[in-house]
Design a protein around this ligand. Structure first.
Ligand SMILES: Nc1ncnc2c1ncn2[C@@H]1O[C@H](COP(=O)(O)OP(=O)(O)O)[C@@H](O)[C@H]1O
Ligand SMILES: [Mg+2]
Length: 444
């Protein structure tokens, strides 16, 4: 069994552990060896906060922060383990939604234990979605690709441990705390921005420093960027997505922020709250073209990256509201070109919208072909960030005229590839094998 011992001031001891024995057993198999206890040394330095309203259930919010963990394996009297960099994610949901009275939570705690238990179990199931998602994805990857837990860990970051407990001060809230091993280069977007900042540049590309200037390197026409490494990393992401496809795993919330990069350049997925799997018969018996378009639920996704099919339901409402003169809906649709390209595509092509609305009973959906759009949209967004960084380096480094030939070519080629992935009609989108081939073709 995995036990978590975070070193924190616990005002409330009402920890709700081991709500599901099956989950515990599954998670225990992911740990290095058991019994294991994880001690958290320090938190802080929050790196991400994601909050969104849930229509019926109040709100949910997630805070992710770096910390250091120690896994101690007790083997008789021997205690082993080293402090390891990790990420701590605390996902909080409101237990008593829209509570009109501040005292309702305390009344519940004092009152009917059965009612409290029911509410907590419902909320626990909701919170456990990420753990269940992670376990489902890992078991599917292992089942399809072999290699057991170790093989699955090559494609998906394992969850080291978890705990469910009442929020320390927001008294009507329950939090799930879980830990993943920290990837050295952060997420794929951070790693790409790092390349634009000059990470990894060394002779013969330039002097051994990211801060090289035009005066230091007269042979260069712009700041040096380690493009082959960036291409190699992107190729790695596409290869991982191909493995997901082969295993029938669909990740509606795929984005570069949900793929992390290990010290050796290897990329793995995190954040499987929204992930789904195709039923085995669909995966094994349908021809590849039909399998690629098989719809699954998309319970959670990111508007900047989401494919048109995920927008099917929301776009319908927004277009209807805009047609009735709703100013906010109209403004949103106009701004969608930059902020929500998947929505913009449906705004431009109402025929496609009505076709997509017929696929999954009117609901938005994801399919394997969504991965290609999601990859393209993530790439486009990362390239914009990279361009800004390279431009700033060119200016401060004394390259007054331009960002330099190799950077222009690198950015332009990848931008063309990203746009080629963003074909609104899922059935007309290129395949991941084509994307992988394009990336290989760009390598020197
Ligand atoms: N194990 C990890 N290694 C490196 N970075 C991580 C790790 N876990 C999370 N992060 C960073 O924190 C961000 C948010 O984490 P994530 O689990 O995706 O939470 P959210 O639900 O907020 O999207 C990621 O985009 C990444 O930058
Ligand atoms: Mg995420």
């Amino acid at each position: 069994m995995v036990t978590l011992t975070a070193r924190e001031n616990r005002s409330q001891k009402k920890c709700i552990r081991g709500l599901s024995r099956a989950m515990e057993t599954a998670l225990a198999s992911l740990g290095p060896c058991g019994p294991v206890s994880l001690n958290e040394l320090r938190g802080g330095g929050g790196s991400s906060v994601a909050a969104y309203p849930l229509s019926k259930e109040g709100w949910r919010n997630a805070r992710v922060a770096r910390c250091v963990l120690k896994a101690t394996c007790r083997d008789g009297d021997t205690v082993q383990g080293e402090w390891q960099p990790a990420f701590r994610k605390a996902t909080t949901v409101q237990v008593v939604p829209h509570s009109p009275f501040p005292g309702e939570w305390s009344a519940l705690l004092k009152g009917d234990a059965e009612e409290l238990a029911t509410i907590l179990h419902t909320k626990a199931a909701e919170l456990l979605r990420e753990l269940v998602g992670n376990t489902v994805v890992m078991s599917r990857l292992a089942a399809r690709h072999g290699g057991g837990v170790r093989g699955a860990c090559e494609m998906c970051v394992p969850i080291l441990g978890w705990e469910l407990r009442p929020h320390p001060y927001a008294r009507e809230c329950v939090s799930l705390i879980h830990y993943t091993p920290a990837a050295a280069w952060g997420d794929v977007r951070q790693a790409l921005i790092g390349f634009a900042e000059g990470n990894g540049v060394r002779p013969p590309l330039a002097a051994d420093s990211a801060a090289v200037t035009a005066a230091d390197a007269p042979h260069l026409d712009g700041p040096p960027v380690w493009w082959p490494r960036a291409l190699y990393m992107l190729y790695g992401v596409v290869r991982q997505l191909q493995k997901y496809d082969e295993a029938g795993v669909v990740m509606p919330d795929f984005k570069f922020l949900n793929f992390v990069v290990e010290a050796n350049g290897w990329t793995r997925a995190i954040d499987h709250e929204a992930s789904q799997v195709l039923p085995w018969p669909v995966l094994l018996q349908r021809p590849p073209a039909a399998r690629r378009l098989h719809p699954v639920d998309a319970p959670l996704w990111s508007p900047l990256y989401a494919a048109p099919e995920m927008w099917a339901e929301d776009a319908g409402y927004l277009l209807e509201a805009a047609a009735l003169g709703d100013r906010i809906a109209r403004q949103r649709l106009l701004a969608a070109k930059c902020n929500e390209p998947g929505l913009h595509a449906l705004y431009e092509d109402p025929t496609l919208l009505s076709q997509l609305r017929n696929v999954h009973g009117g609901a938005g959906f994801a399919c394997q072909a969504s991965h290609v759009w999601l990859f393209g949209a993530s790439l486009l967004d990362a390239l914009e960030g990279m361009r800004e960084v390279v431009k700033a380096r060119a200016q401060s480094g004394g390259w007054r005229q331009s960002i330099g030939g190799p950077n222009k070519v690198g950015l332009a080629r990848l931008q063309r590839l990203a746009r080629a992935c963003m074909v609104p009609r899922p059935g007309a989108r290129p395949g991941l094998d084509w994307v992988a081939g394009q990336l290989l073709g760009m390598m020197p």
